[in-house]
Structures are given as structure tokens and as C-alpha cells.
Design a protein around this ligand. Sequence first.
Ligand code: ADP
Ligand code: TRP
Length: 326
Amino acid sequence: MEKMLTGIRSTGTPHLGNILGVIIPSVSIANKKKKYTSFIFIADLHSMIQIENIKEIKDNTYQIAAAWLAFGLNTKNCFFFKQSDISEVTELAWYFSCFFPYQRLTLAHSFKEEIKKDKGRISVGLFTYPILMAADILLYNAEIIPVGKDQLQHIEITRRIASHFNKKIGKKLFILPNAFLQKETMSVLGTDGNKMSKSGKNWINIFSEENILKKQIMSIRTDSKSLEEKKDPKTNYIMSLFRMIANSEKIDTKYTEGRYGYLEAKIGLYEHIIHKFSKERKRFFSFMKKKSLLDDILYSGAKKAKNIAMKRLNYIRKNLKFNSII
Ligand code: ADP
Ligand code: TRP
């Protein structure tokens, strides 16, 4: 059985980019229980780098959990948990950080981008972010990692860490994982034309109240073509969103014929989203009213995952010759 693993940070409500890029494809893998063993977690330790207020991280954790469940994740078939419940991951991250060259990490985009903005505010955690991510993956020897395009470099670093460590120990302790990307949805753009992200305030949040969701869609930036002008559906952002979530042929024709304005297109998109995700919206709101159920689900997922994590870490310790002191 192949192992799939992925994580979403609890830094806000999951947006359409997270949903199309990661949640939908991962649920479809995780629910094939006979083919895959799946690990899906909420990366709350990684969230601490961005959000200092733990209460906020906890509130967001419920939102991420509810979103996975709303999209039909069958938690009986997989390991569904919070990263912080598996302390083994931080120990493994330490071993990696002792072996991995500092210089390599300075090349990570996540670090290079931030250091350009404000050197003084960068934490050590931000710098070692990819090491913790590698530990998340390699602790379980996961092979398939569904992620968006922005995470490709982190997967590459994980592969380097794995092979570096294997060489050092002289044994194939870690499997080199592969990113699993959806061509169409690996980088969903936000309302301002940049990559949609929780921190960019450019998201489309399908779990917002209807009027807020409508506002988000109405704020999609467009060019200034008039109603009458013909528009190219291939280069149009509203159309590209349509294409990701629906059969867009009818709208393609309307666009190219002219007399179809951006306002109509946005209203169409809004109505389509509300209709298409009505079941998931209902489920999301219902789970959000049952926080103790969410706690229970995550707790039992953590218990199962911890069992595996402990065994794996013991094996890794043995190979590091640490086991005799424990
Ligand atoms: P965000 O960048 O919005 O804070 P996360 O860092 O928690 O989201 O990302 C969780 C997963 O969702 C990652 O695998 C990431 O690559 C993916 N992802 C984030 N934004 C997008 C997007 N706009 N399009 C496709 N996938 C995305
Ligand atoms: N770094 C990922 C992000 O920002 C979240 C994450 C943490 C992750 N650990 C992971 C994703 C392991 C895949 C596998 O989105």
C-alpha cells in the first residue's frame, strides 16, 4: 500500500485554492482505503510561525478540520490529526537539523522572500520551516504528497534531507517522497491576480456567508473591456475559475460572442459556487457547531498516528545508536 500524506496550516479558513489544489484530490485518494494509507493533518506547529496567538490557531484548526470533513474525508480510513499532538515530529526535525547543511536552507523561497521584507522579524522557526515539514513526511515514510505548486521546493528539500540522512547512516531509512500536483489547480489565483492565499486577503472562501462570498467574487480584478467587446476565455481569470469547477463551454461561447460582461460572469460564478458546494457548505456549518466532536475526531486520529510515529522514531533512534539511553 502506498502512503499519502498532506498538511494544511491553521492560519485561516481554507480557501478555494486549498480546496481545489489539495483537499478534493487528497480526499479522493484517502477514501480509497484498499490502495492507500493516508495521513492528513493540521499543521498547527507551522502556523505558530505566522500567528502568535494560540487561541487563534485553535479556532482556525476547527475550520480546517470542518473543511476536510465537509468534503467527505472518511476519518475511519485514514489518520487525521493535529501536528502538535505528535511530538515525535519535533525530535526528528532536530536530528535532521543537525545533519543538514545550513547553507541549503538559506535558498528556500519561504525564507528568501521574508528576509527581503524585514530581517529583524524573522524567527528561527521560519528558517527551519522546511526541516519540520520534512520530518512530517519522513516520520511516516510517506511517498505521495498532494500539495500546491508553492510547496514544490519544500518537497525537493525533503528529498535532499532524506538522501542526505540515508547516506550518513549508510542505510535506506527514508523513502524519497514525490509531490502530487493537479495541473489545472496547482496554483489557483486570488481575486487580485496573485496566488490565492490565507495571508493575501485575496481569497474566495466558499464557507463565508452568502453576502460576503458574493463580495469576494465581485472584487475579482478584471480589465476594462466593455459589455459589447469580445473577450478571450483562455486568458480570463473568471473563466479559468469556472473551468476549474464546472463545465464552462456555454460561458466560453457567450464570452467570445461579446455582449457578456464581467458583471454577469461574476454573478454566474457566484451562483455556480453556491449551487455546486451547497452540500459542503451545509456540512461545514454543521461541524463548526460541534467543536467537541471535532476534538474527539482529531484526538482519536492522533492516538492512531502516535502509535506509528513512536515505533518509527524508535527505529530511527536505534539507527542513530541512541536507543541504549532511553
Ligand atoms: P495558504 O498558502 O493559503 O496559507 P497553506 O500554506 O496552509 O495555505 O497551504 C495548504 C496547501 O494548499 C499547500 O499544499 C499549498 O500548496 C496549497 N495551496 C495554497 N494556496 C493554493 C492555491 N492558491 N492554489 C493551489 N494550492 C494552494
Ligand atoms: N508547508 C505546508 C504549507 O504551507 C504545510 C505542511 C506542513 C505540509 N507539513 C507538510 C504539506 C507536509 C505537505 C506535507 O502549505
